[in-house]
Design a protein around this ligand. Structure first.
Ligand SMILES: [Zn+2]
Length: 284
């Protein structure tokens, strides 16, 4: 977690002539993105702090001379939409499940006390955290949604792996995929959200392989290519097999022979993923 205003520094990088990646290195290398159409901009996620959201919105609107018309939120984790207050005036959307997950969080963990505790733990950022407002999406979709501008279109697909509301944005004109946290390139997968679903994740990746993709902007970590989908898919299937083997032999989490993959970004990732997979596959 960032602990000073300086640590909120963001980088804005042109990925292709019509796509942009906005990155906050200090917080798990989290990414937001933007697609520049002919008449407006679609923003994908906000990063964690409204101050950062404001900053990149101003840069985008000035650089391209276009207004942001839509904010697409890939899923409900705070590092992807806590800045949404700065897009209160645009249409905000995501999967239908996104709104449900956000409402559930508002009833449980996103309360005044939680935000007060957060402010107390990083006093230097208290004023910035104070700005955060949970903005519920105005609109949702289940499997697919498409936005058009002149001859250009952007496709949005429900995915539901990393979390039940996870969805992705695909811009066919430049073959760019914004994958949200379905991908954290070069690191272990974030696979432990209680709403997540490894089977949907695998299905979604099999569908993505059919799309014409050159570049992937993941929810975290550097830009990657389509081969990463294949690589992660092979790993997820292998890991699933090992978990099913362990379950069928009455073995425990500690006995799973975890296939080789990238390093975890934090040490809880692998044990939490195994706990999650054991629970999922013993119930399904
Ligand atoms: Zn996430």
């Amino acid at each position: 977690m960032a602990n000073s205003v300086k640590a909120l520094k963001i980088d804005i990088e042109e990925v292709t002539s019509r796509t942009v990646r906005i990155n906050h290195k200090e917080y798990f290398d989290v990414n937001a993105g933007a697609i520049i159409l002919d008449n407006f901009i679609i923003v994908i996620d906000t990063l964690q702090y409204p101050k950062q959201t404001q900053e990149f919105r101003e840069v985008l609107e000035e650089k391209y001379g276009l207004p942001v018309k839509y904010l697409f939120i890939t899923h409900y984790h705070g590092d992807h939409h806590f800045g949404a207050v700065k897009f209160k005036d645009v249409e905000i959307f995501g999967s239908n499940e996104l709104r449900r997950n956000m409402e559930k969080r508002l009833e449980t963990s996103w309360n005044q006390k939680a935000f007060d505790d957060w402010k107390e733990s990083v006093p230097d950022l208290a004023e910035i955290i104070e700005e955060i407002e949970i903005i519920l999406p105005h609109k949702g979709f289940d499997e697919k949604y498409v936005l058009f501008d002149n001859d250009l279109k952007v496709e949005f697909y429900g995915s539901g792996g990393h979390s039940s509301c996870s969805s992705i944005a695909y811009f066919p004109d430049q073959k760019v995929l914004f994958a949200g946290d379905e991908i954290a390139s070069g690191f272990w997968i974030f696979m432990s959200d209680t709403t997540g679903n490894p089977e949907k994740w695998i299905e979604s990746f099999e569908r993505l392989l059919k799309l014409d993709i050159d570049i992937i902007v993941p929810g975290h970590d550097p830009i990657t290519g389509k081969e990463y989908i294949e690589e992660q898919l092979i790993f997820m299937k292998k890991l699933k097999e090992r978990v099913l083997d362990a379950l069928s032999q009455g073995k425990g989490i500690e006995d799973v022979d975890v296939p080789n993959y990238y390093e975890p970004a934090t040490e809880w990732q692998i044990p939490e993923a195994l706990k999650f997979l054991f629970k999922f596959y013993s119930e399904n």
